[in-house]
Ligand binder design. Structure first.
Ligand code: 13P
Length: 251
């Protein structure tokens, strides 16, 4: 059985006091969950305190980005080894906000993915299309290109140590969720494309859906056969909502 994962992506939100309150509530809210993994990807400055809060719980943590370089004169960057120092399990790579707002193209994303894996982190690789691309009928082509860049650099087998998150850009932060069938269609496309190269890797790959996942729509999304959890933005900042999304994984 492949692993299901709900991960919160806090983006650039939070402060020490609010984070503590949020995490303490989430820790008790998901303490009884079986067979489901819960994680939070937090801003770099909070990794230390998040580590201290979550260390002895069933929740893991990670970062929202990472440098492709090991070390050196890269002002403002954070390396994979630094994330390991703070006990991170995951690093999100290729989030659409990084691709569009910070100019990260697929080659850089692939380098970050590989650097994360080489350091023993699990990359959460985000892929997804814009509304224009969907309307032009190029969704599959775009996703295929995004995946291809990673497979070309790291090989298809590397996906056995990764998570893929399908995040249609038009659904992120808009309140406009992909329908369960729309999401399932893309997830199935991703899994079958990988299966053509390595069936075992495809079968075991966790593919999350992200984009306006909320307490009231998580269960129907997670019920689809190729949706293995979610990458949650806004709803991960509200304890009761995030807890409800995590519980939807078990239904
Ligand atoms: P929202 O859940 O706020 O739409 O954000 C999704 C996302 O970008 C998660 O990485």
């Amino acid at each position: 059985m492949r692993k299901k994962l709900v991960a919160g992506n806090w983006k650039m939100h939070g402060n020490l006091a609010e984070n503590n309150e949020l995490l303490n509530a989430v820790v008790s809210g998901v303490a009884g969950l079986r067979d489901a993994s819960v994680s939070v990807c937090v801003p770099y400055p909070y990794l230390s305190s998040v580590q201290a809060t979550l260390r002895d719980t069933n929740i893991t943590w990670g970062a929202q980005n990472v440098s492709q370089y090991d070390k050196g004169a890269y002002t403002g960057e954070v390396s994979t080894a630094m994330l390991k120092d703070f006990g991170c399990t995951y690093a999100i790579v290729g989030h659409s906000e990084r691709r569009t707002l910070f100019g990260e193209h697929s080659k850089v994303v692939a380098e970050k993915y590989l650097a994360a894996q080489n350091a023993g982190l699990i990359p959460i690789l985000c892929v997804g299309e814009t509304l224009e691309q969907r309307e032009a009928g190029t969704t599959e082509k775009i996703i295929e290109e995004q995946l291809k860049a990673v497979i070309a650099l790291a090989g298809v087998d590397s996906l056995s140590k990764a998570v893929v998150a399908y995040e249609p850009i038009w659904a992120i932060g808009t309140g406009k969720t992909a329908s369960p069938q729309q999401a399932q269609d893309v997830h199935e496309f991703i899994r079958s494309g990988i299966a053509a190269q390595n069936a075992g890797v495809a079968e075991n790959l966790t593919i999350q859906y992200g984009g306006s996942v909320k307490a009231n729509n998580a269960a129907e999304l997670f019920a689809m056969p190729d949706i293995d959890g979610g990458l949650i933005g806004g709803a991960s900042l509200i304890a009761s909502d995030f807890i409800a999304v995590c519980h939807a994984l078990q239904n």
